[in-house]
Structures are given as structure tokens and as C-alpha cells.
Design a protein. Structure first.
Length: 102
């Protein structure tokens, strides 16, 4: 898996818009212990990694960062100027290694 840092654009730091389904957020919290509202903090990580994922239906990305010094990985897609959160979980070992070594 290729890891590289995403260049932060001005809108990325100011006025980021997120969208998600609240029922998916609730399911994610039950399954992974974090809801999508709390997961938005991931984008405050200056070292956030973004890795393209091979999906046929739409372009998706894996974002790897830290929340309270714990590594989390989020699957997202971009819709207009919004970040649509699809899922969030604790990062896997290889994702942590990619984050720490990039």
C-alpha cells in the first residue's frame, strides 16, 4: 500500500463540511466505539494521511490520523465540497506503520 500525505488546502482547515447518515454513525459507534461526529477530529491532525482506495462505484480514500494519541482510519469520499464519512475504526498495524513512517 502506498502512503503519502495529503496537501492541506485552505478550505480543508477552515469551514470543512462533513456529511454522513446518522444511522450509519450509530452503527459505527456500536461496532468500532466511535461515531462520525467524534471522528471529525481526525482532520485536525496535521499529519493526516490520505490513501486512494480501489472502488469501482466511486472514488474512496482511507484517511489515517490520530485522535487523542490513538490511531484511527476513516473511509471517505468527496461530495462537492463535503467530506462524506463512510466508516471509522482503529487503525490496523500496517496503517499505523504507514502513518508513522511517511
Amino acid at each position: 500500500m502506498l502512503f503519502k500525505r495529503k496537501h492541506k488546502e485552505l478550505w480543508y482547515n477552515f469551514g470543512m463540511k462533513f456529511e454522513y447518515y446518522s444511522n450509519k454513525s450509530d452503527i459505527n459507534k456500536e461496532k468500532h466505539g466511535i461515531d462520525f461526529e467524534k471522528a471529525k477530529v481526525l482532520w485536525e491532525d496535521d499529519n493526516l494521511l490520505e490513501v486512494p482506495l480501489p472502488f469501482k462505484e466511486e472514488v474512496r480514500h482511507l484517511c489515517i490520523g490520530k485522535i487523542l494519541n490513538k490511531h484511527y482510519s476513516a473511509v471517505i469520499t468527496y461530495r462537492s465540497k463535503a467530506i462524506r464519512i463512510i466508516s471509522v475504526r482503529r487503525s490496523r498495524k500496517e496503517e499505523i506503520n504507514g502513518y508513522e513512517n511517511s
